[in-house]
Design a protein around this ligand. Structure first.
Ligand code: ATP
Length: 946
């Protein structure tokens, strides 16, 4: 029997987005798409449509195929040089046929391939990390499905979905508006229009250009202000953006300042080494009996090997790997990094300027007090559960007070867009927590959900914004003769300024100046208790005064003051600790809030952000000159009643003081401040899409403590990058110094030609390449994931201008290089007849010993570089990867020394246990001397402090 298609599948087949939805009425568009505005699609219908139309994604550019990535590994100039060296070596072998196989050429080739494989693996890992980040920051859309509002990944939207849009949302698909409330969108990305465009629902006639389709919203644009509801008409490549862009271009890989600096260091080093190699070759040719082409080419290969060994060519890949691994670690700690560069900048943050609500506090509002004309009412209960007693001075409410409280909370419930829901036995708020708390309070006062919504039908809204600090709605009752009702709520001072009367026991009375002062005093008192306060008001409005769905500001005048509502928003438990941690790390936390200065100061004191009870307000800030503000920001740490543009001024003033600023923001208008800050931090839960796109980091949990954790990670990552840079450079310089000094002092060391025409060198070219491969590989990688030094958050931020390599590090690098060279040459000398110490070994034996000593030097050096001044013994076993890398390197070295096939390739001979012990003893000197040096550094610092 054939299955008959389900209703959903039939609906999906029948639904057809109209060609020009902007020409039709919204009802016609809904009908064509087989959807009802109130209920939206069902989950099954959406699934069926997803099958038909596909995911709401722009097609990504073709990924670079693996073979091209592999090939790219061979384009480096050094690798090319090595390949040439291998070819020359193979040519020599062909010419002479001394050995059965071209061992040297094969060894060089093997090392090139191994290096390329390592580079490829590291790059692939970095790519995966970046892809995972993209997924984490994927956009969400608010959609009505099965009659409820849900947040779903924007990629799952289908034609017919009903989406809700709010200030700051990016538009997830092309859609026909069916409801708007002062909706304005920013369409610059699509049309080039730089001003926000006002939207409505009326059909548009004629051949309207994109920019004139005022009843449509388009993918890739964003809501500047207001709200709207729309039905999706096109998704993915069928959207206007999909048609124009054709293809989603990958964001180009950006280099971080550190990568740029390292590139520069690498390049300079390359030049220096190339110079050294040329000089060395010239010296060898001059002092050694280089008589034939064979000998000359041998020396040339050695020069290439030396250059390759000395330049830390793996550095960019390791840095990227360290950064992206750090990014993953940060993601686990709920900080999602959008730009790699932020990882570095975080480590040098001097100031963290944070919002209060939700970041330093829980953003779980509970109304505690309603202060009306007849007195103060306390509300019991906890969370958003709509149960809790109302009392006045411990007693039930008198009738007049009851009437006032109910009216005040009714206004709070009407001028409201939140939804209070019980989900799995828990009461939760969909929308703004401040508004959710008002609904909960209204229920506690006995106002029931159904009757309120039925009686007062919303006709219009003037939305809240951080600049206006006020929101109003206009409602009509069923009785056509009844006047309309305006409900308003907002910051107490803003509301009070618009009131001419107040509501007392059911009657309206004129507001006297004394009563205004009394209300202001109550506001201050509530703020002093750390309560977030709102004022509520209402007014009747003649029906004729409402000119359509877009009321002007006049409806918010002549209001009747209903009262003040005080709500708690407890500080986050972990915020206090995080503030203390930031302070210990030399970072100054600053609070910037739209809330009342009293509330801000109370919470700031509770969290330890500021001891002085002073908060600078936005109005005061406006009176300050650029210079005065620059001076003020040095000491003031709490800013209240500020608007987004003040944030920008504060950031810039802090930056003019030479400080590196991390700044949080959530609204559309915070975007400029987020961009201006050295590290823009957006909120993952409550922030707008626009703010997230402007930010460098998104907090998955909106939590201040997460910023501090990210700073800690940032510092640790930077420290690790320094560690392996220090390691690579000191190891490589050790090798170069050994070779150079070995050649220059050849006579004194007993390194002389025994036969004719043989060039005698401290090490073979292949051996140098091998050292480079073993030490630049696993140990360097393991250093990149070294656990954070417990002291990272106990010292002040790294100055932004301080280079990645400090003077002390250069001194350390020179020190290690010298010790390595001296130790290795000592072994060489001791193994050979003649020289300072007369040995009795053959040349291959002496070279194998020197070679092994050099490798061991590098392995001991790993422990040196883990800290500038702490003893290597501290946290010795803290990084198991490091130990694994060392064991692996030792095994590889043992194989090269003892396996016959490798002996031939690397010109080595077997060593006895005693030989190994001797090499180990000499190589350990770098650690011992390093400890002495660190001890001296600590002692001199101690002496300076006392
Ligand atoms: P922060 O800037 O730390 O997030 P905030 O949430 O208090 O603090 P805003 O959102 O700018 O900052 O709010 C400023 C003031 O506006 C609040 O103190 C409150 O009095 C009032 N307010 C906040 N939310 C609403 C709302 N939904 N409707 C009306 N008024 C509001």
């Amino acid at each position: 029997m054939r299955d008959t298609p389900s209703a959903e599948v039939r609906g999906a087949r029948a639904a057809q987005p109209p060609a020009d939805p902007f020409r039709l009425g919204s009802d016609a568009v809904l009908a064509a798409l087989h959807v009802e505005a109130g209920a939206g699609l069902s989950a099954r219908a959406a699934e069926a449509r997803l099958q038909r139309w596909g995911r709401n994604e722009l097609r990504a550019a073709e990924p670079v195929p693996a073979w091209r990535k592999v090939l790219a590994q061979f384009t480096d100039i050094l690798v090319v040089l090595l390949l040439v060296a291998a070819a020359v070596s193979a040519g020599l072998w062909l010419y002479e046929r001394e050995a059965g196989l071209p061992y040297e050429a094969l060894a060089i080739l093997a090392i090139v391939i191994l290096n390329a494989a390592m580079g490829y693996v590291q790059e692939a890992r970095a790519d995966r990390a970046v892809a995972a980040l993209r997924r984490m920051s994927a956009a969400q859309a608010r959609v009505v499905r099965d009659g409820t509002v849900q947040a779903i990944p924007a990629a799952d939207l289908v034609p017919g979905d009903i989406i809700r849009l709010e200030e700051g949302d990016t538009i997830p698909a092309d859609a026909r508006l069916i409801e708007t409330s002062l909706l304005q969108t920013m369409e610059a990305a699509l049309t080039g229009e730089s001003l926000p465009v006002l939207k409505d629902v009326a059909p548009v006639g004629g051949a309207a250009e994109l920019g004139n389709r005022s009843n449509m919203v388009f993918t890739g644009t964003a809501v500047a202000s207001g709200r709207g509801v729309a039905v999706v008409t096109a998704t993915g490549m069928r959207t206007e953006l999909g048609r124009i862009a054709g293809i989603l271009r990958e964001t180009p890989d950006e280099s971080t300042p550190l990568q740029v600096e390292l590139d520069r260091v690498g390049r300079r080093l390359g030049l220096v080494v190339a110079g050294i190699a040329v000089v060395l070759i010239a010296t060898i040719v001059a002092v050694e009996p280089v008589r034939d082409v064979h000998a000359f080419l041998g020396v040339l290969i050695l020069g290439v090997a030396l250059a390759v060994a000395a330049v830390p060519e793996g550095l960019p890949a390791i840095v990227t790997a360290a950064l992206s691994l750090g990014v993953q670690r940060m993601a686990r700690r709920k900080a999602i990094v959008r730009h790699l560069a932020a990882v570095e900048t975080l480590g040098s943050a001097d100031v963290i300027a944070s919002d209060k609500t939700g970041t330093l506090t829980c953003n779980e509002m509970t109304v505690r007090v309603v202060a009306t004309a007849s007195g103060r009412t306390e509300l019991g209960g906890s969370g958003y559960a709509p149960v809790g007693p109302l009392s006045h001075a411990g007693a039930p409410l008198a009738e007049a007070l009851q009437a006032e409280v109910r009216q005040a909370l009714l206004a709070g419930e009407l001028a409201n867009n939140a939804v209070l829901q019980e989900r799995d036995g828990r009461w939760v708020v969909e929308g703004d927590p401040t508004e959710g708390a008002l609904i909960t309070a209204a229920r506690k006062a006995g106002l029931e959900a159904g009757p309120v919504a039925q009686r007062f039908v919303r006709l219009a809204e003037i939305p809240f914004s951080s600049e206006r600090r006020l929101m109003s709605t206009v409602h009509g009752e069923a009785d056509p003769d009844a006047p309309l009702l305006v409900a308003a709520k907002g910051a107490p001072d803003v509301v009070l300024a618009r009131c001419a009367q107040e509501f007392v026991g059911g009657l309206c009375r004129a507001l006297t100046p004394e009563r205004r002062s009394a209300i202001t005093a109550v506001t201050e008192a509530l703020a002093g208790e750390g309560l977030r306060s709102l004022g509520v008001a209402f007014r009747p409005l003649a029906r004729s005064s409402l000119g359509g769905a877009r009321p002007d500001g006049s409806v918010e005048q002549d209001l009747v003051f209903l009262g003040l509502i005080g709500m708690t928003d407890p500080p986050r438990a972990e915020a206090r600790e995080a503030v203390a941690q930031a302070r210990a790390a030399g970072i100054r936390p600053i609070m910037i809030t739209g809330d009342h200065p009293g509330t801000a100061a109370a919470i700031a004191a509770e969290l330890g952000i500021a001891t002085e009870a002073r908060a600078l307000t936005g109005a005061e800030l406006d009176t300050l000159s650029r210079e005065a503000l620059e001076e003020t920001v040095r000491t003031v740490s709490v800013y209240a009643r500020v608007a987004p543009e003040h944030k920008l001024r504060i950031v810039q003033a802090l930056q003019r003081n030479g400080l590196t600023v991390a700044m949080t923001g959530d609204g559309v208008n915070d975007a400029p401040a987020l961009k201006a800050a050295d590290i823009g931090v957006a909120m993952g839960l409550t922030g707008t899409d626009v703010s997230r796109e402007a930010a460098d980091i998104v907090l998955a949990d909106d939590n201040f403590a997460t910023i501090v954790a990210a700073v800690e990670e940032g510092r640790a990552i930077f420290a690790n990058i320094r560690k392996f840079l220090y390691y690579l450079l000191s190891s490589n310089i050790g090798e170069v110094a050994t070779m150079v000094l070995g050649v220059l002092l050849a006579g004194a060391l007993g390194l002389t030609a025994s036969g004719s025409g043989e060039v005698v060198l401290p090490l073979q070219a292949t051996q140098i390449l091998w050292i480079n491969f073993v030490t630049d590989g696993a140990p360097a990688l393991a250093l990149g994931i070294d656990p954070a030094d417990p002291a990272v958050m106990r010292h002040p931020p790294r100055p932004r201008r301080e280079g990645v390599l400090t003077r002390r590090m250069w001194e350390g690098i020179a020190f290690v290089g010298l010790v390595t060279a001296c130790g290795s040459l000592f072994v060489l000398d001791a193994c050979l007849p003649g020289g300072f110490i007369a040995g009795e070994g053959t040349l291959p034996y002496a070279q194998t010993m020197t070679f092994t000593t050099l490798v061991l030097f590098q392995l001991f050096n790993v422990f040196n570089v883990r800290s500038d001044d702490r003893s290597a013994v501290e946290g010795l076993f803290g990084n198991p990867w490091l130990w694994a890398a060392i064991v692996l390197s030792l095994l590889l070295q043992a194989a090269v020394v003892h396996l016959p096939v490798l002996q031939r390739a690397f010109s080595t001979v077997s060593l006895s246990a005693g030989d190994w012990a001797f090499c180990t003893a000499v190589a350990s000197s770098v650690l011992v001397l390093g400890e002495v040096r660190k001890w001296l550094i600590r002692a001199s610092r101690g002496a300076r402090l006392t």
